[in-house]
Design a protein around this ligand. Sequence first.
Ligand code: SAH
Ligand code: SF4
Length: 418
Amino acid sequence: MQPTLQNGAFPIVDAAPQSAARAVPAAERKPLFGMEAAALAEVAAEFGGARYRAQQLEHALYRQWVGSLDEIATLPLRFREQLAEAGYSVGLPEIKETYRSVDGTERYLIAGLDGQTVETVWMPGGDGAETTIEGAEGTSDAGDTGPADTRVAGARGSDTRGADSRGTSAPQRRATICVSSQIGCAVNCQFCLTAKMGIVRNLSAGEIAGQVVAVLKRQGVHLGRDRINLVFMGMGEPFLNYDAWIAAFRLLTGPVQLQPSRMTVSTSGIVPGIVRFAQEPVRPRLAISLNASNDTVREAVMPITRKWNTEAVIDAVRAVPLGPREKITFEYVLLGGVNDQLQHADEVIALVRGAGFPAYVNLIVWNPGPDVPYAQPEQTAVDAFQKRLIARGVTAYIRRPRGRDIYAACGQLKRTTT
Ligand code: SAH
Ligand code: SF4
């Protein structure tokens, strides 16, 4: 049965897909999704398969987005059976539930093989990274959204045409996908709902990249035509799961063929992670969650500041080599009465100017959540804050909240099911 999309925070449970590995309990299956080319070559070699078998597998996983071994028509039936008997499965994470916002944003609960779910958000029309870098002052991040995408319902289901299906005359679609890197988070920022979960576990590279592919497939995206941005800004701290995160990034920019320049990773300021990031030959854009204008306020709202203070974070960022027009983003969540006054704006201006690298500020109006003891800032304070930054030559945008009604907005991701 095909699920139907509905407005509002209403979960839509998918039918369980069939798989060649039916006989093996899910938790014992060995997922192929997440393996890079060398690992797939080893798997093929296990069964005496030639190198091109590994390439066929890679193509099926990362370009065709197959959901089961049965769908890999290029592989001989016997080879597929051998894979299944040995416990291998495709292992593409499954979308278990979908919540759709009135603004067109969709939030998904996506399950790995152990059944644990993680959150991923689809924001149609969004063009966060680009509007913020090239646009004029104003709103940013998924900012120029028109009406909700009406073609979503038709694009859903078990269609596996994936990236290889070209030549469609449909207009180009734009969207931003917000990706999680961990289940929960250990960083404990006081204003963030994900923090309330604590850290449950790290996600694997396959689970991180798999969120993206599961959503591309669900949305019927055509990569040759559509403009897809990724932001690693979902649940968790990417730089506390660095190895898996960078492996996922390599899959997404390698065989999945997404553009690194359309991706942004956000960190709360994990200095060893920033140091490693600075040495990557290929990397996404970088966003730093600043969220306070001095260390005293930052320690109160982000206790991680005691480990790496603002100066240490900015110092580490100085080592990141930037492209010709690239800028660092400073995210700044405005908390009513805590960090939203003009004196704070002046401190932010001094920080950004003193940083010595090109940067701009993304102001985020705090999204409320149960048991989080903060207040939303007054609209006048938000406007005055942005005006002050711009007047002193610091580029500043206000990030429009997306999907608040379905708990999909920044800092609201905590596997809410109602
Ligand atoms: N852990 C990473 C990335 C995920 S959080 C990080 O902290 O950077 C993504 C962004 O959402 C961060 O900039 C964070 O400061 C912001 N955020 C967290 N909780 C929020 C809330 N309740 N309202 C608005 N923004 C929030
Ligand atoms: Fe973790 Fe980011 Fe939330 Fe802080 S803001 S608790 S680092 S997810």
